[in-house]
Ligand binder design. Structure first.
Ligand code: PGA
Length: 264
């Protein structure tokens, strides 16, 4: 069993390009109410960038933390359209998604760029949720291990153990995102065990034991439990099922039950 005693599972909702400011406020208010007494799970939402200020203000000191869906690596300069880790800190964000497969595919983000963004986050006090995952073609050709090692290796290679302890790695197979076809619990566990070994190989077991490993891709309130029961799964990255407060809160409560069971 690799889960540290007392470590809370992390569940992050990725809202992608959904919800205007009013909807963002409403869903966070509802989550604040529905999850007010929930202490077992660390709950994060990642709203659209231009709604982050209102998301952080609405979340306040309540049970929901706020993540950005992206962050630039430099703190200032000629980077039209970007925002920095310092901007996110100023707003009150605690996390940032980095290297989501949609950005890798649609914005052409390279492993090197993802690594720079992740490092800027770690240095600037924002926890990066670094997304890695293989495409269907890579999966079918048996290249999963190789792809994940390349994506994660780029992030780990120049990192010090001190910074890397806070790293969160989300395994999101591209073929499982938004398809209703989640990966199987055993495959997820084996893959996250492999990512754990990759971190341990680069930076030592003490760092790997403190880093957190999530699964994402068609997670729902119905299947969340079987994923977080797996020993190497420290939490979940959730797209569609995080958009509505009731569905996301139900999912979080199911994860909380597993967490309670494992502490008995
Ligand atoms: P999904 O998205 O849960 O809708 O599959 C997950 C993600 O892209 O992070």
């Amino acid at each position: 069993m690799v889960k540290q005693k007392g470590a809370r599972p992390l569940v992050c909702g990725n809202w992608k390009l959904h919800h205007d400011a009013a909807q963002t406020r409403r869903v966070i208010r509802q989550l604040n109410g529905l999850l007010a007494d929930q202490k077992e799970v660390e709950v994060v939402v990642a709203p659209v960038a231009v709604t982050l200020a209102c998301a952080c203000a609405t979340a306040g000191r309540g049970p929901i933390a706020v993540a950005a869906q992206n962050a630039w690596w430099a703190s200032q300069g000629a980077f039209t359209g970007e925002w920095s880790v310092q901007h996110l800190r100023e707003l009150g964000c605690r996390y940032a998604l980095v290297g989501h497969s949609e950005r890798r595919a649609l914005q052409g983000e390279s492993d090197a760029l993802v690594a720079r963004k992740a490092h800027a986050c770690l240095r600037g006090g924002i926890v990066p949720i670094v997304c890695v995952g293989e495409t269907l073609a890579q999966h079918r050709q048996g290249q999963t291990r190789e792809v994940l090692d390349r994506q994660l290796g780029a992030v780990l290679r120049p990192l010090s153990g001190r910074l890397a302890r806070r790293l969160v790695v989300a395994y999101e197979p591209v073929w499982a995102i938004g398809t209703g076809q989640a990966a199987g619990p055993d495959q997820i566990n084996d893959t996250l065990a492999g990512l754990h070994r990759t971190v341990s190989g680069h930076l030592g077991e003490a760092v790997a034991a403190q880093a957190r490993f999530l699964y994402g891709g068609s997670v729902s309130p119905d299947n969340a439990r079987e994923f977080v029961r797996q020993p190497y799964v420290d939490g979940l990255l959730v797209g569609r099922a995080s958009l509505r407060a009731e569905s996301f809160a139900r999912l979080v409560c199911r994860v909380a039950l597993v967490s309670q069971e494992s502490q008995r």
